[in-house]
Design a protein around this ligand. Sequence first.
Ligand code: SAH
Length: 374
Amino acid sequence: MSIKNILQKDNFTRDDIIALLGADNPTDIELIRNKAEQILLDKCGLKVFYRGLIEFSNTCVCDCHYCGIRKSNHTVKRFTLSKEEIVSAAKWCADSGYGSVVLQSGERSDPAFVDFAEDVIRQIKSATVSQSLPQGVGITLSIGEQSLQTYERFFKAGAHRYLLRIETSSPKLFDSIHSSTQNLERRITAIKNLKQASFQAGTGVMIGLPGQSAENLADDILRFKELDVDMIGMGPYIPHKDTPMSIHTEYFNINKDKIFQTSLLMIAVCRLVLKDVNIASTTALQAIRDDGREMGLRYGANVMMPQVTPVNVRRDYLLYEGKPCLDESSEELRKGLDLRIRSLGRQVALNEWGDSKHARTAEKPRHGGVFCGT
Ligand code: SAH
């Protein structure tokens, strides 16, 4: 079946998804992009939601083979921001009209870390309440696998969205890029636990992993659907020199353009299949091309995560090489992004949590029934 015919359908089979992801001529790619943009505008509207990204600690107990801050990388200078620094970054977001923040860190689940994170969530909530944000900023967490009880504590403290990528839906590929202490089943259980703890859950994968096929990527999208997540964050896999997977640097350099294009198609096809979820246009896209994140928006993404981590520690949070936005102030980054979003004919949403329409239309609201500023 031609791409044009596939795009006329409302529900897509695995074979349809594989064909869409494999599109390789400019006419077909533009047809897919255009359709994804139509669905986005129809289901979610013109608004792009900001989540100020606070990378608050690079200490990590995991040893993921791809990640620059893995436990065994002893060249990394480890840091954890103070509570005051984190709250102040969140306050800057609230004062600048960003309706939400993302708190991201390496993975730890020891009691001291859980207490720390819980307290930070509480403090951010109370420090960011204002007339324009009556319930404070929306808080998304991205701090790895935790127990159900811990997720419940974080939700109670005031966080309401959580990102936990499955990285790939293929157990074999998952095992090949992680240490033996990690497994896909546990990751999936954690996502189910997040939903049980009332979180809006997000997941995603890396694109362009050595050995990853179009079938794997199609299965990733079907897995997202099955998990019924509210948010997707995906990006290209980019090698980091101090990791075991740096042996694939040449593979990456040779295939960079293709990986970039496939990443954009993944965004578009997720939009076609999942329809009303929030999809982030991630920084890793910008690591390959300067306008990578704008391209992500054009292919159906509607969330951006502008960097607000204090400049003095940004270089110590390098998950991959060539990470952009290391030196500019939060204010400079913000102005640049605002302009770029408007030049695409889209709108910057101010003072809104920007929950996904998918979460809002869920039969049983998973956020206590409260939405802010929308
Ligand atoms: N520790 C937390 C969050 C930090 S990592 C967690 O595990 O959820 C956030 C995401 O960065 C990871 O899920 C992974 O998909 C991505 N990432 C890590 N290393 C990367 C690399 N080399 N290239 C591209 N993305 C990478």
